[in-house]
Design a protein. Structure first.
Length: 583
């Protein structure tokens, strides 16, 4: 048996889970551990032999084609593949795995070839590159074995932990929470939209682990620690027992926090904090309400696009919004207009791929370029505003011109609805996301033209520190504790307070209890957080005074580096939690 292997990645969605691995490679194969009946062994061996023969024919065709085009030097690559495929030791191991261990041929191929690849990868010379050849052979064999039986994420029908090279936001949005206990990826970084969706779905997730799929096969036991950013392969019984106790402790704590559901998020010195929820899907409203939210502070509507193969109609938008508004029974619902682009699906094609989509055509820029799409959404939002407390929020506004153009389109849509006698709220509050340094610097100008602001810390951190939030290579630089970020956040809240305009913070920073005291100390009185974070954030609010929080914020703002700030905030939280335990 292989030894236990601990992998450190980036925690993006909290929670601990123990389960069987479902391994997805870059082509979407999932190879579970499956066994064959004794009576079926000969049939399965024949299927394996046929797959080997077909794979050999494919390699030969590729070799002949390359030889004709580029010559024998390049064709030799495929001769090497053939030699590997027909290696007597490899073939004997595959046959033995099926005949003696009763392994499903697909599992035998995946497990055996990945072990071979790992051996090559560990060699510190040019031979390590041969691991790529092994992966090519594995994929060819699996294609021929699976044929039409190839399965994808949509076909998951039993509890698993998904392990993948990467998952897009749309793939994550379509995960079935009944069966997907958690996921881990080789790529990814903090604050990515994949991470945001995972948090919204309350699926424990770890990203940015680096290459590890060669170390695991489908069906093997895995522990995923979304609190610490750990993935443990082949855990021993002692480790499994430890994490089972941790899972049980988390359940017990959740029961305790549930008692706060109907209590206000009010500090010890009587300051009321509005605690609202972030959602992507209407179904998440129930999770927010069951945890005692004061409203929906951020409804991310782009997932209407990411979960559909066609562009949503006005009625699609309207039905989704009405479901949320009616469920909230008069509580405020802030609907953000489309924030497509960057690491989320694009709705238009361009003549060339954007070199830096985070700085490209996304969010409000895309909406203003695609006016029919924008108007469709605004019509649906306005129609929904007749049925409850609906507010509209424009994302990634960085210039006054963008804000005024968006408001002009909104006014035009209002006029059109009025002409046709369609009901809507003429006084619907209009807000803007503060997500760029430009927006913060000019906020004293913007603030005169909006009814509220919402600081999106995920993008604000990214653009302030020039760090791609989805890139694991620079993940260490993406830090909410950076003094530059804190100063921009303080200015945003100060400008809003002086103008008497409500301010909210809706990024992942607001959902982490490590930052709650800091945010309260900076003057924040409304937080929008994932549903799962509401009880913990409420507990912290009810355990501190604003005066104490101001002192914490002042000390943090005097510090020089992100590491110093983070260590300080962690210590403050530890002291608070320790005091609660003693009490």
């Amino acid at each position: 048996m292989r030894p236990m292997l601990k992998l450190q990645g980036i925690a993006v969605s909290a929670g601990v889970t123990i389960g069987e691995a479902l391994v997805l490679d870059s082509e979407g194969f999932r190879i579970p551990r499956r066994f064959v009946e004794r009576s079926a062994v000969d049939t399965e061996l024949k299927r394996l032999a046929n797959a080997v023969a077909e794979t050999a024919r494919e390699i030969e065709r590729n070799r002949d084609s390359i030889h004709a085009e580029l010559g024998g030097q390049y064709a030799a690559i495929f001769d090497a593949h053939l030699a590997m495929l027909h290696d007597e030791r490899l073939q004997a191991e595959l046959v033995s795995a099926v005949r003696d261990r009763n392994w499903w041929p697909e599992y035998a191929v995946s497990r055996t070839l990945r072990r071979y690849a790992k051996v090559f990868q560990n060699l510190d010379n040019h031979i390590s590159q041969r691991a790529h050849d092994i992966y090519d052979i594995e994929k060819s064999l699996l294609r021929n074995l699976l044929g039409q039986r190839r399965e994808t994420l949509a076909a998951i029908s039993q509890p698993v932990i998904v392990l993948a090279h990467n998952l897009t936001p749309s793939e994550t949005a379509n995960l079935d929470r009944r069966f997907v206990q958690g996921f881990a990826t080789e790529l990814g970084g903090p604050g990515s939209h994949t991470a945001i969706v995972a948090e919204g779905l309350e699926i424990p997730a770890v990203v940015g682990l680096g290459p590890f799929l060669a170390d695991v096969s489908g069906g093997e036991p895995v522990i995923l620690d979304g609190n610490q950013g750990l993935v443990i392969l082949q855990p021993d019984e002692e480790t499994i027992a430890h994490y089972r106790l941790e899972v049980e402790a988390a359940r017990t704590e959740a029961v305790k926090l549930d008692r706060l559901r109907d209590l206000p998020a009010e500090t010890l010195d009587g300051v009321r904090v509005q605690l609202t929820g972030n959602i992507e899907f209407p179904s998440e409203v129930e999770q927010c309400l069951s945890r005692g939210c004061d409203g929906i502070g951020l409804y991310r509507t782009e997932f209407l696009y990411l979960t559909s193969r066609r562009e949503p109609t006005e009625e699609d938008h309207f039905a989704a919004y009405v479901e949320v508004v009616q469920a909230m029974l008069g509580k405020p619902v802030v609907i953000r207009t489309l924030d497509l682009g960057a690491d989320k699906m694009r709705t238009e094609t361009t003549s060339e791929e954007e070199r830096n989509p985070c700085l490209g055509l996304r969010s409000i820029r895309l909406s203003l370029r695609q006016l029919p799409m924008f108007r469709t959404q605004l019509r649906a939002i306005l129609r929904a505003s007749a049925l409850g407390d609906v507010r509209v929020l424009f994302p990634l506004v960085s210039t006054i011109v963008e804000l005024r153009q968006a408001r002009m389109v909104l006014a035009d849509v209002m006029e059109d609805l009025a002409e046709h006698g369609i009901a809507f709220n003429r006084s619907m509050p209009v807000g803007m996301m503060v997500e760029t340094p430009a927006a913060v610097v000019l906020l004293d100008k913007f603030i005169k033209e909006v009814d509220f602001i919402s600081v999106g810390t995920n993008d604000l951190i990214q653009y302030t520190l020039a760090v791609d939030r989805g890139n694991k290579e620079v993940a260490g630089l993406y830090n909410a504790c950076d003094p530059a970020v804190l100063r921009l956040l303080r200015r945003s809240l100060d400008v809003a307070r002086e103008a008497g305009v409500p301010a909210n913070v809706c990024g992942q920073m607001s959902g982490s209890v490590m930052y709650t005291q800091l945010l309260l100390g900076l003057g924040l009185r409304q937080l929008s957080v994932p549903a799962i974070a509401i009880p913990e954030v409420k507990q912290v609010c009810r355990s501190v005074s604003v005066a104490e929080c101001r002192g914490i914020a002042e000390r943090a703002l005097e510090m020089d580096g992100a590491g110093e700030v983070k260590a300080f905030l962690r210590e403050q939280l530890r002291r608070l939690l320790s005091a609660q335990t003693v009490a």
